[in-house]
Design a protein around this ligand. Structure first.
Ligand code: ANZ
Ligand code: ZN
Length: 886
């Protein structure tokens, strides 16, 4: 029974912190790893980098998984929703350089701030599982896995090129190189080759590709496609072009997906780094400088595709494997050393890049594919429409190709293979665009790579009983190299093999390593006997629903999928995939206000700095700067970002309206996977909705108290004899229960339920209580509304349910009373010549003839039937229209 302690005013600032404190004291959202009869559900949002401040993207991300978590709890699931920190990475080092504060101190104080902000959102998180990836308790286990993989040969060391800043004596990440210069020193960047560690992800390429089939329908199609393209499987042939060098027989190997065009090869092109190019350059200074120029440019594939085709003849030739003719070898800037074998058999008639190149350097073009399609028959090959001739494996047949003539792609492929394979000049191969994953970073703030370099024994993994290799914390990087290199207490060790003095590796892991397995660690975050406790992993994994930004569609998800398979092969986890379902939430956008400066640059202003006039749709139409009263331009609606000054601070918004309103607003404004355009004014709608529900509940509680009734025991009896209005409210109540269930369970539509709840609330507050049974119906509607609202506005909904004397600990998802959904009468409109003249209450789906007769008998209708009836139209369950001759 309520003893109404609540005021009639909705005050989120009062109730929210109190609720959060209560949940914490009750350990409400803590789950354990013991077996249970309840089904389990693991909901995970991509964990944040502790930058220090929550942004709206976080709010949206975490609210989505929280609403789902609360839904599954109501449905009787045991729900795990954890939170942690992706805590290594460059921003901490940059902050250290700027403010001379140790990265660890900076990171942990940021974590404290962000944890408090997350808690103020009222997320139902099991905080007992929280961890930061920068702690040795966590990264010990990725060092351990690295050592296992090293032993298995799934990790190896290879020379690779890095950006070297010769002034700061440091390796720079690509984003630290601005216009070819170091971001701090301004020095011209050089390329250097240094040894790096690689994870052999290509060994899993086929599995990573094939298992995408299992995710079909559970992940956004776009993400699956991006993963497929990134892995980039190509089936083709490796073809060998023989040549003699200094009396030695050699072959130049090319990878091609179109061996059927072999007879159209007019030259062969190799990458600038190709050994044959180097060989030719030794005696050709012009070629040497061309090769040097090629190396300077960007190595990004996208840039190469855009760059102008450039090349140079090496003067060397190789032998065509079918005709025995000599084919010239060119160096070309569009050939990648890292793909296939770094050499291409050029077929300018049927490949766009070769075509462009051949035209530029006047190399011959030879058509070797014709099309079976009748309209193409006999048409002369036209260089400008070469695309029409290219790539049509289904319809193309070989021409100008000797004995291959008339064969289609498949036939030509097989024919060439049978000719070349016995001579060792060709074999079937599969190539992947995917490269092995280079994980070495020459940075301090990361997980130390657990190896020791010994002059005698080489690369020695740190023995398991010496793990973790702990990162020293009392270090402040200054931007000049990795400070670990100067820390002899860290570097100087004895070789675990021979005992002689050796050097510890100072490179650290790419931070993608930490984020590749955190989801699994959440099952047993404090486990000290291994990477993952198998019992816990079996209970919780895979993640049932993963929620995050589409910007992680390629790398993070690919690496996590790879790690899951590595851990599976270590016997740590079951199943092949880490994330059963994926939801990629849309970005949060906001309007921008700016001025264009004389030099073409733009100054962006915060909305607070601007006076804005809105039209009645809430769109800004005019803005002036408060400081000078002069106009500013209303810019585009863009992703919230620091550079555009259009970020809305979640904390300020929570302080003003309360978390429940912010949660409702972010869920209700747009479908979860689409962009959300933030409009401050928009918060008023959900806020007023909550206020109204609050007021209604307080009044309802008073009514119950006056009659010595309780909400928990009051129930609707004899539902069949209710008034029409009461039946209609009951129908709305039960309809809403079902609709929300569908929205959550089937479509992950989290926006529409809010409108359904608002509709239910409107119908409830408009409902006139005239009897005891009416009161019971209103009570049922209200309890249902509040129960469903616990998902979106958990603080307020729980406080109000308790006010009504309902035990929130045993709350379950309401069940639909299907009998309440049955509509025993419906109201149909009657028109004469299209004008509404009356209405009638009838049984749904009544017979049309009967309806027409009934309609004509209504007094209000009959008096307008003044002439002959020419037509009678019945729209089932809606209207009857009688057309009368004038
Ligand atoms: C002859 C040919 C004829 C080709 C034709 C295409 C069309 P995907 O499908 O992406 O695997 N290629 C091979 N190695 C290369 C390298 N290192 N750098 C740049 N290009 C390279 O691409 C395979 C095709 O890309 C191969 O098939 C080869 O050109 C080229 F009508 O060989 B093709
Ligand atoms: Zn040694």
């Amino acid at each position: 029974m309520s003893n109404s302690a609540l005021t009639s005013q909705y005050q989120p600032q009062e109730i929210e912190p109190a609720q959060q404190q209560k949940w914490e004291q009750q350990n409400r959202y803590q789950v354990n790893n013991a077996a249970s009869d309840k089904p389990s559900r693991y909901l995970l949002s991509m964990f944040p980098y502790p930058s220090g401040k929550l942004h709206m993207g976080h709010v949206r991300n975490y609210t989505i998984s929280d609403v789902l978590s609360r839904y599954y709890r109501l449905k009787g699931y045991e729900v795990l929703q954890p939170m942690g920190w992706d805590a290594f990475g460059m921003p901490a080092e940059n902050a250290a350089i700027a403010n001379a504060v140790a990265p660890a101190a900076w990171t942990f104080s940021n974590i404290d701030n962000m944890r408090a902000q997350l808690k103020s959102l009222g997320l139902s998180i099991d905080w007992s599982r929280e961890f930061a990836t920068c702690t040795p308790e966590y990264y010990k286990w990725e060092q351990w896995l690295f050592v296992q993989l090293f032993k298995k040969g799934l990790v190896y060391k290879k020379l690779s090129t890095v950006n070297w800043d010769p002034v700061d004596n440091t390796v720079l990440a690509n984003e630290q190189v601005v216009d070819g210069r170091g971001w701090r020193s301004g020095a011209l960047i050089e390329k250097r080759e240094i040894p790096m560690y690689y994870f052999n992800i290509t060994a899993y390429a086929d599995e990573l590709l094939n298992d995408l089939d299992k995710l079909e329908g559970h992940w956004p199609q776009q993400v699956i496609t991006m993963q497929r393209n990134w892995i980039g499987r190509s089936e083709g042939m490796e073809i060998h072009f023989p040549y003699t060098l200094n009396g030695e027989e050699k072959t130049l190997d090319v990878f091609t997906t179109r061996p059927d065009t072999l007879m159209g090869v007019t030259y062969v092109s190799v990458a600038a780094e190709h050994p044959l190019a180097k060989h030719a350059a030794a005696t050709n200074p012009a070629l040497q400088s061309f090769i040097e120029a090629c190396k300077k440019g960007s190595v990004a594939e996208a840039d190469l595709a855009k760059a102008e085709k450039m090349g140079m003849d090496t003067g060397l030739t190789v032998t065509h494997p079918l005709t025995g003719e000599q084919v010239p070898v060119w160096v070309a800037n569009y050939v990648l050393m890292s793909y296939g074998s770094g050499a291409v058999m050029a077929v300018p008639a049927h490949d766009e890049r070769d075509f462009e190149f051949a035209n530029k350097y006047q190399l011959p073009i030879k058509q070797v594919i014709d099309l079976k399609e009748p309209h193409k028959q006999g048409q002369q090959f036209d260089a400008t429409t070469w695309q029409d001739w290219y790539g049509d494996k289904q319809n193309g047949v070989a021409i100008n190709s000797g004995e291959l003539d008339g064969l289609n792609f498949k036939q030509a492929f097989d024919n060439i293979l049978t000719q070349l394979e016995p001579k060792g000049l060709g074999k079937k191969t599969i190539n992947y665009r995917l490269r092995d994953w280079g994980v070495s970073r020459q940075r301090y703030w990361g997980c130390p790579i657990p190896v020791i370099n010994c002059a005698d024994c080489g690369t020695v993994p740190v023995p398991e009983n010496q793990l973790p290799v702990v990162l020293p914390l009392d270090v402040v990087p200054d931007g000049r190299g990795n400070p670990l290199n100067n820390l002899t207490s860290f570097t100087d060790v004895n070789c675990p093999c021979c005992g002689k003095p050796a050097k510890r590796e100072t490179d650290t892991f790419d931070t993608f390593v930490e984020s590749s397995w955190y989801y699994a660690r959440f099952a047993s975050p404090n486990y000290t006997d291994g990477m993952i406790n198998k019992v816990a992993a079996d209970k919780w994994l895979p993640v049932d629903q993963y929620v995050g930004g589409v910007e992680h569609a390629v790398l993070h998800l690919l690496y996590a999928r790879f790690f899951h398979k590595l851990m599976r092969d270590e016997g740590l986890v079951q199943g092949d995939e880490p994330f059963a379902n994926l939801l990629t939430q849309g970005m949060v956008l906001a309007g921008t206000y700016l001025r264009e400066n004389a030099d073409g640059s733009k100054s962006y202003y915060f909305p607070e700095e601007v006076d804005i006039r809105y039209n009645d749709k809430g769109q800004p139409i005019e803005a002036t700067l408060k400081a000078d009263g002069q106009p500013v331009k209303i810019g585009k609606i863009e992703k919230m970002s620091k550079s555009k000054n259009n970020g809305v601070d979640p904390q300020a918004t929570i302080d003003q309206y309360g978390a429940d309103t912010v949660r409702l607003y972010t869920m209700f404004t747009a479908p979860v996977d689409q962009t959300l355009e933030w409009i401050d004014d928009g918060l008023k709608g959900p806020y007023n909705f909550l206020k109204k529900v609050w007021r209604y509940t307080i009044e309802h509680a008073e009514t119950l108290a006056q009659q010595s009734l309780t909400a928990a025991t009051l129930s609707v009896s004899d539902a069949q004899s209710l008034s029409k209005a009461a039946k209609s409210l009951r129908r709305k109540t039960h309809d809403t229960i079902g609709k929300l269930d569908d929205a959550f369970g089937k479509n992950l539509a989290l926006n529409t339920p809010v409108s359904f709840l608002m509709e239910l609330s409107n119908e409830l507050t408009a409902f006139d209580i005239r009897s005891d049974s009416d009161l019971a119906v209103a009570n049922e509607a209200l309890v249902t509304l509040l129960t469903l609202l616990t998902m979106y506005a958990p603080h307020m909904a729980e406080v109000l349910l308790e006010e009504l004397g309902i035990d929130v600990m045993t709350l379950t998802y309401p069940t639909v009373d299907t009998s309440a959904l049955v509509q025993d009468t419906i109201t149909m409109v009657v028109q004469v010549n299209g004008k509404i003249r009356g209405q009638m209450d009838v049984a749904p789906n009544s017979d049309s003839e009967w309806l027409k007769a009934e309609a004509k008998q209504l007094d209000s209708v009959a008096k307008f039937i003044t002439g002959d009836i020419v037509k009678e139209i019945v729209v089932p369950n809606k209207l009857v229209n009688i057309v009368v001759k004038a």
